[in-house]
Design a protein around this ligand. Structure first.
Ligand SMILES: [Zn+2]
Ligand SMILES: [Zn+2]
Length: 426
């Protein structure tokens, strides 16, 4: 029932509760299927032309928000899906509203070719939401419409030597900032103290004493130093405001560096407090706002460590959100607003998402993690970025699907999202 919880107070207030006014007993109550945990493969293949009946009114904002998509679907799926709109604001249509037993508007009734009630939804629903449900119900036209227009499931293997890439972000390791973490399965190398804190923030289980397993690189000598014995010069990049961190075995050396580079000298505990203070609103990872998507929920700001996590904040909180995330190729801003667990608007409207995937040992494709996701203002930008990153595997999906995949997650799946343990160092 996640989507019900996802309908905002605003959305519900706008969806006029109509039938209290009618003083008539309800027909069959609107029902919702329990949300499945992940994409559901259709159990049956259905034929014939199904019908989508939207019962709404010209006075209701969520109703009006849906119309352009519904109008376009009439033409796009002519002969495959019958789309009808019933204005229950008109007195002559009240018997129909009673016949369908609706409780509030808008309500969408999904019917098969024989007129059998397959599913109902109350409140705003997007084109993607409608098609995804018809796909789940076994209609091929919807599955075809949702197929990714661009995908790359086999990519050039990463040619860089293993010890030179960060276990966490896959970035090149700078020898002056490398971090080494001892694990049961051997040493893991990270590009920077920041990536160590991201790793630390998503460890599951008891973290007490974990820092004893960590060594950092002395900025001056290049030697490894125990993490808790080093001092840290912490500064901000002048152009971006993004923090940088340099480790020193010796305080005098750190002070000398500060004289030219600026910044503040911190011990590991204070550094940790700073690094762990800002978290992804979906997966709890430590994040720099400069790297993250901004997420607005009820006027409060949060962050998404990647574009998909940003959409996940709607699933985790059950609220409508506004996401501001930059095109991964050009840096141009993309603004997404959600309503009731679906995408209400995207600026620019052409924006799409890249779902970065990786292949598991048993041949299945799963999410490649937060560093491999992104939004793009156009499919063209996405393809250009994919060309520039030949080892990235994945597919182009709609931003609505990026949200829809998160909305299908259960609370316990969300609690485990992006945590180490699922992707423990190997
Ligand atoms: Zn890294
Ligand atoms: Zn996240």
């Amino acid at each position: 029932m996640k989507r019900l919880a996802g309908v905002s107070a605003r959305g519900l207030a706008l969806a006029i509760v109509l039938f209290a006014l009618l003083n008539q007993p309800f027909g069959q109550p609107a029902s919702r299927a329990a949300e499945p945990a992940g994409p559901v493969q259709p159990a049956v293949t259905r034929t014939g032309v199904p019908r989508l009946i939207d019962l709404g009114s010209t006075e209701c904002t969520p109703c009006k928000l849906m119309w352009p998509a519904l109008e376009a679907m009439k033409t796009e799926f002519a002969g495959k899906l019958a789309v009808e709109f019933i204005d229950v604001g008109k007195r002559e249509n009240l018997p129909l509203a009673r016949q369908y037993g609706i409780r509030l508007i808008p309500t969408q009734v999904f019917l098969d070719a024989q007129g059998k009630d397959l599913w109902r939804h109350e409140g705003f629903i997007s084109r993607y939401g409608i098609l995804d449900k018809f796909r789940e119900l076994g209609y091929g036209f919807a599955a075809d419409a949702l197929k990714p227009a661009f995908s790359r499931l086999d990519a050039k293997p990463d040619a860089r030597p293993k010890g030179k890439t960060c276990y966490f972000c896959d970035g090149d390791i700078d020898a002056r900032t490398a971090v080494v973490v001892k694990t049961d399965k051997g040493n893991v190398r990270l590009c920077s103290p920041h990536c160590y804190f991201i790793m630390y923030s998503c460890l599951t289980g008891d973290k007490a004493g974990f820092e004893e397993k960590v060594s950092v690189t002395d900025w001056v000598t290049g030697e490894l130093v125990p993490f808790t014995e080093a001092v840290y010069l912490y500064g901000l990049d002048e152009k971006t405001g993004r923090p940088w961190i340099r480790a020193f075995a010796d305080r005098t050396a750190a002070e000398k560096e500060r004289a030219s580079a600026g910044g503040s000298i911190l011990g590991w505990q204070v550094l940790g407090e700073k690094e762990l203070a800002t978290r992804c609103g979906f997966c709890d990872r430590a994040v720099y706002p400069e790297d993250a998507a901004l997420v607005k929920i009820d006027g409060v700001y949060s962050w998404g460590c990647c574009s998909h996590c940003a959409m996940g904040v709607a699933a985790r909180t059950g609220k409508d959100i506004e996401v501001r995330q930059r095109d991964r190729l050009t840096g141009q801003m993309i603004v997404v607003r959600t309503l009731g667990g679906y995408v209400q608007s995207i600026e620019p409207a052409t924006a799409v998402a890249w779902f970065g995937k990786k292949r598991t040992a048993d041949g299945k494709y799963v999410s490649a993690g937060c560093f491999h996701q992104g939004f793009f203002t156009t499919p063209g930008n996405l393809k250009k970025w994919a060309e520039l990153h030949p080892s990235e595997v994945g597919e182009m999906i709609s931003i609505d699907q990026a949200l829809g995949d998160k909305m299908k997650m259960t609370a316990s799946q969300i609690a485990k999202a992006c945590k180490l343990g699922e992707c423990a160092p190997k």
